[in-house]
Ligand binder design. Structure first.
Ligand code: NAD
Ligand code: UDP
Length: 316
């Protein structure tokens, strides 16, 4: 297949590009480098099955030749990034998704949207873990509104193209994912804790640290996205690792793993920060025969190796 990956120079996108090429597909990566880097795809530029187009997908997208699938990942994804780039985030979720769906329509290609657990907002405890049937608890005008509502709109648009334009669409709802190629300074909890621990600085835990998250290693996520693309499932599917921990436990695990002397510094909890988050992945298990394989101990160790190398190359 010839597959377009928007956001292909980002953390998840560049890992998706690698995986698709390994499977023998051709990849057209489109990115405007808003939050991604060319370094993430530097190893692919000499691959004849890989093409890179620098372009903002919130503007009309042109791709020459046949396209079999469009995987639309372009969007800032970390709270620090999407609050800094509020309007580009709203544009890429709306106009960018419209253009990516338009490309799928003109090429008669499959389409996959990477949506997010943020569509559930700050979930109420009756809906924990979160199933796809939960409508969510989102503040449209709060500090996460630009991201959450952009993705909710993108899901609605994708469903409309499925029902009205007969585009062969998929919607993945990704839960917190981590691993190599995250930016050290993207503000997400894991790169922040790892760089703080490796630099001997205090780990900044927001609130009392009792809020929970469930972390999925990147190789599992990429496999899940691929299985979804190759499936016939048109309704949203949660992808994530259901192993849930508090942020404070995560800080302690990172300190232990890095043998760091760092302590913990408590900072105020940001407004609308979800108190709990854990995916119910029964649907992905049943429909895709997918199950995450990499546990946190293994995933954190691999990620630490990557960040250690990054920090060493920055200080060299
Ligand atoms: P990222 O910031 O590393 O990657 C996003 C990429 O999209 C970047 O390379 C960026 O430059 C590009 N981009 C942004 N706006 C663009 C535009 N207008 N035109 C072209 N390219 C543009 O983030 P990520 O973690 O790799 O996330 C990828 C996707 O997965 C996003 O859609 C995100 O919402 C979704 N997601 C990720 C997670 C996670 O934990 N990583 C969780 C839920 C959902
Ligand atoms: N967090 C934290 N310290 C940090 C960064 C994040 O305690 O330096 C917390 C944040 O408040 C949230 C969790 O870690 O409860 C996950 O945050 P992240 O930004 O990674 O993503 P989110 O899941 O909130 O989108």
């Amino acid at each position: 297949m010839r597959i377009v990956v928007t956001g292909g120079a980002g953390f998840v996108g560049s890992n998706v590009c690698d995986y698709l090429l390994e499977k023998g597909h051709s990849v057209v990566c489109i990115d405007n480098l808003l939050t991604g880097t060319k370094e993430n795809i530097a190893h692919l530029v000499d691959n004849e099955k890989f093409t890179y187009i620098e372009h903002n997908v919130s503007e009309h997208i042109v791709v020459e030749g046949e396209v079999d699938a469009v995987m639309h990942l372009a969007s800032p994804a970390s709270p620090k990034d999407y609050t800094k780039h509020a309007i580009p985030t709203l544009k890429v979720g709306s106009l960018g998704t419209l253009n990516a769906l338009g490309l799928a329509k003109v090429k008669r290609a499959k389409f996959l949207l990477t949506s997010t657990s943020e569509v559930y907002g700050d979930p109420d405890r009756k809906h924990h873990p979160q199933k796809e049937s939960y409508y969510g608890n989102v503040n449209p005008v709060g500090p996460r509104g630009m991201y959450d509502e952009a993705k909710r709109f993108a899901e609605a648009l994708t469903m409309a193209y499925y029902s009205d334009e007969k585009i062969d669409t998929r919607i993945a709802r990704l839960f917190n994912t981590y691993g190599p190629r995250m930016r050290l300074d993207d503000g997400r909890v894991l790169p922040t804790f790892m760089s703080q621990a490796l630099n001997g600085e205090g780990l900044t835990v927001f609130g009392d640290g009792k809020q929970t998250r469930s972390f999925c290693y990147i190789s599992d996520m990429v496999e899940g996205l691929y299985k979804l693309l190759m499936s016939d499932e048109h309704e949203p599917v949660n992808l994530g690792n259901p192993s849930e921990i508090t942020v404070l436990q995560l800080a302690e695990e990172v300190i232990e793993l890095t043998s760091s002397k760092s302590g913990i510094i408590f900072k105020p909890l940001p407004q609308d920060d979800p108190k709990v988050r854990r995916p119910d992945i029964s649907k992905a298990r049943n429909v895709l025969d997918w199950n995450p394989k990499v546990d946190r101990q293994e995933g954190l160790a691999k990620t630490m190796e990557y960040f250690t190398r990054k920090i060493q190359s920055q200080t060299a």
